[in-house]
Design a protein around this ligand. Structure first.
Ligand SMILES: [Zn+2]
Ligand SMILES: [Zn+2]
Length: 164
């Protein structure tokens, strides 16, 4: 667990408590988030999930902006309930008033697409090229057969692999 991030979550709660003069229940924090999103706030479960890869690559901005953004969702929910818009005026008030941050909806961190291996299969057609996933390639090894719809030939592994 990145300690700095946990400390920042706590600091955001203390700022909100000082501002609104009330206590807020602390959320469960997890780092099981991959892909494009930097963070997710689960309102009814009072839970925050953060993306460890984007955190490592954008630490300063992530601590400042992303953590406050997601905490503000939970604070807004505890104050105003489920009827508000996710990035509506209540959430924006918390971002501006409590954290003195711009209420940006999205981060601008560079997201690398996860690379996947493709196994190139061929038939007898001149342009017959079939990029198989690793899962499908494994099924072929277990005896599964795939056919070209045009030439009806069994697709066979060409020995070529590619990352895309
Ligand atoms: Zn949001
Ligand atoms: Zn074919």
């Amino acid at each position: 667990m990145p300690e700095q991030l946990i400390a920042r979550v706590e600091a955001c709660y203390q700022q909100a408590e000082a501002f609104f003069k009330q206590r807020f229940a602390r959320p469960e924090v997890s780092f099981k988030l991959r892909g494009q999103k930097a963070g997710v706030a689960h309102l009814t479960e009072n839970k925050l999930r953060f993306n460890p890869q984007l955190y490592r690559e954008n630490r300063d901005d992530f601590l400042k902006q992303t953590v406050a953004h997601e905490v503000a969702h939970l604070i807004a929910h505890q104050l105003f309930g489920l009827k508000i818009q996710p990035h509506g005026e209540e959430w924006q008030l918390i971002m501006r008033g409590v954290y003195e941050l711009p209420p940006n909806r999205c981060h601008s961190y560079a997201v690398k697409r996860r690379q996947v291996s493709r196994f190139i299969y061929r038939c007898s057609c001149p342009q017959g090229e079939f990029p198989f996933s690793a899962q499908r390639h494994a099924l072929v090894a277990k005896g599964r057969r795939y056919y070209c719809r045009r030439c009806k030939m069994t697709l066979s592994f060409s020995g070529e692999q590619r990352r895309e």
